[in-house]
Design a protein around this ligand. Structure first.
Ligand SMILES: Cc1ncc(COP(=O)(O)O)c(C=O)c1O
Length: 490
């Protein structure tokens, strides 16, 4: 029997195995998946089930016991505590006398909300500020960004900004930028909208956070592609969502399986143009099936179109937003991939009925995005630089992709490389220890991201991401050599 039914345990490379198991169990206890009073399997049985060492399980149990999440009952086993430490802490706070109390710095531990604890448990890789190493997938070509032109536009805007731009602004964003985005996505992505539906946010992450706050109640079910984007998962967990993993095959999200697992959900998160991380494009029939189901189930679809501008062959399929005739789709775009991630500008295109309420709540988060960056970006698009940069990047990425595929053809990997996006997938042969690969990658001056990092349900196949967008031809060739050595060493 397994104790982690709806959310199986998968270690990540970002923590030790014992820390990963500890936080997974704590999250399961706080979310109620492991209920108070439940008897846990013995350390030996859990170690056998998870195929990890007994010491790892012992250490995780010890820490949870020490923190009060578990109770040991003599020889009769280990149980989930009926009263969790969070409950005790809040009760003792309520019973305190009214007299002023001064915090005792050395003994007090910070106490976070249950939802924050669950987000802390799933949040990955803090921002580094370092230049990425091959083959990190999220990196765009920072070596090819037109910095001089950008700084000219910054200076021009800073000089001519009217004083009224220095007051609080519309939470929906800078109007000329919203107009420029609406015009661009209509042509390039067949998205149907007017500028009033466009809301500028702090990257896709800002959009995911807002959508989760607006649409998900604690305990509501949310479908997510499995494997899927942890940024989205973390945002939904922050609202107390019950994540329903839905598998992805060669046609994208398997809608029928989603319906059979949870026919009534509030929200579906999906990356149909270039599934993250597998890279598959969702077929038209699946898109239509998803839209049809969402219409009848009254569910919203969050369409994350994060790197769809990069397609090297064929015509892109219409976006879900463009096919939607029932106002079920919230479209999310970002400038992190076409320009650079630290710009922190993305956008949501909302069905008209959602706009006013989303704006009211957004005002209570960060009010609006910074004006100078929005104004510079608006100039960059309307002066035609955006389209020119995009065209140059498409050619550059197509070249880098070809170099990677040629250099990597003798690696012991089965490479899946759709003609889209800025990364592909290298599937490992059965039996290769992917965690060991990731742990040793730094010794070979590589950044390896594992597919298993993104799994929610059981892992079906081990593999790694091969990002090529952010690296020069020489860096790709040298990186592949080092990757060959790494693969040989494990
Ligand atoms: C699926 C997906 N969505 C969105 C993003 C970009 O997020 P943001 O716009 O918050 O930088 C990424 C970045 O790697 C991603 O993989």
């Amino acid at each position: 029997m397994t104790i982690f039914k709806s959310n199986p345990f998968h270690p990540t490379q970002h923590s030790t195995l014992y820390q990963a198991l500890y936080s997974h169990m704590r999250t399961a206890i706080l979310s109620g998946e492991l209920k108070g009073g439940m008897k846990l399997p013995s350390t030996r049985a859990l170690a056998d089930e998870l195929k990890i060492s007994r010491n790892t399980v012992l250490n995780a149990y010890r820490q949870l016991l020490a923190e009060g999440y578990l109770e040991g009952k003599g020889g009769s086993g280990t149980f989930i505590a009926r009263v969790l430490p969070e409950t005790l802490l809040s009760a003792s706070r309520q019973n305190k006398p009214k007299a002023p109390q001064f915090p005792q710095a050395e003994s007090s531990q910070p106490v976070f909300s249950d939802n924050a604890k669950m987000q802390i448990a799933v949040s990955q890789s803090p921002a580094s500020g370092k230049l990425p190493r091959p083959f990190l997938a999220e990196a765009p070509a920072l070596d090819a960004f037109p910095y001089k032109l950008w700084s000219r536009l910054v200076v021009r805007q800073a000089r001519r900004m009217p004083i009224t731009n220095f007051t609080y602004q519309d939470s929906a964003g800078y109007r000329p930028l919203r107009e420029a985005i609406a015009a661009h996505v209509a042509v390039s992505r067949q998205v149907h909208c007017i500028p009033e539906q466009v809301m500028i946010v702090s990257g896709s992450q800002g959009a995911l956070d807002l959508a989760a706050r607006m649409l998900v109640n604690a305990g509501d079910s949310v479908w997510m592609e499995d494997p899927g984007y942890p940024g989205a998962r973390g945002a939904f967990i922050g609202s107390g969502a019950h994540i329903i993993p839905v598998p992805v095959d060669h046609e994208g999200l398997v809608v029928d399986i989603g319906i059979s697992r949870a026919p009534q959900v509030r929200l579906v998160y999906i990356t149909p143009s270039h599934q993250f991380p597998l890279g598959v494009t969702m077929s038209l029939s699946r898109r239509l099936a998803l839209l049809d189901w969402a219409k009848h189930a009254n569910a919203y679809i969050l369409e994350d179109d994060y790197d769809s501008e990069f397609r090297y062959a064929g015509h892109p399929l219409a976006t879900l937003q463009g096919l939607d005739n029932a106002d079920r789709v919230i479209y999310i775009g970002t400038f992190s991939k076409v320009l650079f991630p630290s710009i922190r500008i993305g956008y949501m295109i909302l069905p008209p009925a959602l706009v006013d309420s989303f704006l009211k709540v957004r005002r209570l988060i960060d009010i609006h995005s910074p004006m100078l960056e929005q104004a510079v970006l608006a100039d960059f698009i309307t002066d035609g630089h955006y389209i020119r940069h995009l065209r140059r990047m498409r050619t550059l990425y197509a070249e880098r992709r070809t170099v990677l595929l040629e250099a990597a053809k003798d690696l012991p990997l089965e490479i899946y490389s759709p003609e889209a996006g800025i990364h592909c997938v290298g599937w490992l042969a059965d039996g290769v220890d992917d965690l060991a690969l990731a742990n040793q990658a730094a010794d070979y001056d590589l950044d390896i991201t594992l597919i298993s990092n993104f799994n929610i349900g059981p892992l079906t196949r081990r593999g790694l991401l091969l990002g090529y967008g952010g690296y020069s031809v020489q860096e790709i060739k040298d990186g592949v050599q080092r990757l060959a050595n790494l693969l040989r060493s494990t």
